[in-house]
Design a protein around this ligand. Structure first.
Ligand SMILES: [Zn+2]
Ligand SMILES: [Zn+2]
Length: 141
């Protein structure tokens, strides 16, 4: 069953839709790496990997930031230049096929629950693993 999800930044200058054949086409994961901590301003990043063409902005134009993520990959991040909300990211190698949407920017974040966790070696000591999800010490792809 196809699904249509909507999302926006905090001030709603940016709005978007994600159209998937099924929620199985999205892979939500937590990432505990240092870049995600900085970018999200929290103790982990929460993104849903979706096919590039399933995502489109319906309002506004994001600001883009691109930099080496520290391991030689150029990481692109898109966010609202008015309120600062982080909307999505993708590595240079994923550019043509995937987008990693910040799950909290969805109007209904409950729609895409997590399937796993990356960089669990960097998980803060007070946070328990999410039950029934895959656990990877490192690698986010
Ligand atoms: Zn905004
Ligand atoms: Zn990360």
């Amino acid at each position: 069953m196809s699904v249509k999800l909507t999302g926006s930044c905090y001030c709603r200058n940016l709005e978007y839709v994600v159209e998937l054949d099924s929620t199985d086409d999205a892979r939500t994961s937590l990432c505990h790496c240092h870049n995600c901590k900085k970018a999200f301003g929290g103790n982990y990043g929460l993104t849903a990997k979706v096919p590039k063409d399933s995502f489109k902005y319906t309002k506004g134009k994001p600001k883009e930031h691109a930099a080496d993520n520290g391991s030689g990959t150029l990481l692109h991040r898109e966010f609202c230049d008015n309120c600062g909300s982080f909307i999505l990211e993708y590595g240079e190698e994923a550019k043509e096929h995937s987008r990693y949407i910040c799950v909290g920017s969805l109007d209904d974040p409950e729609a895409l629950p997590p399937k796993g966790e990356f960089f669990t070696k960097n998980r803060l000591s007070w946070m328990p693993p999410v039950p029934n999800t895959f656990q990877k010490q490192e690698i986010k792809d």
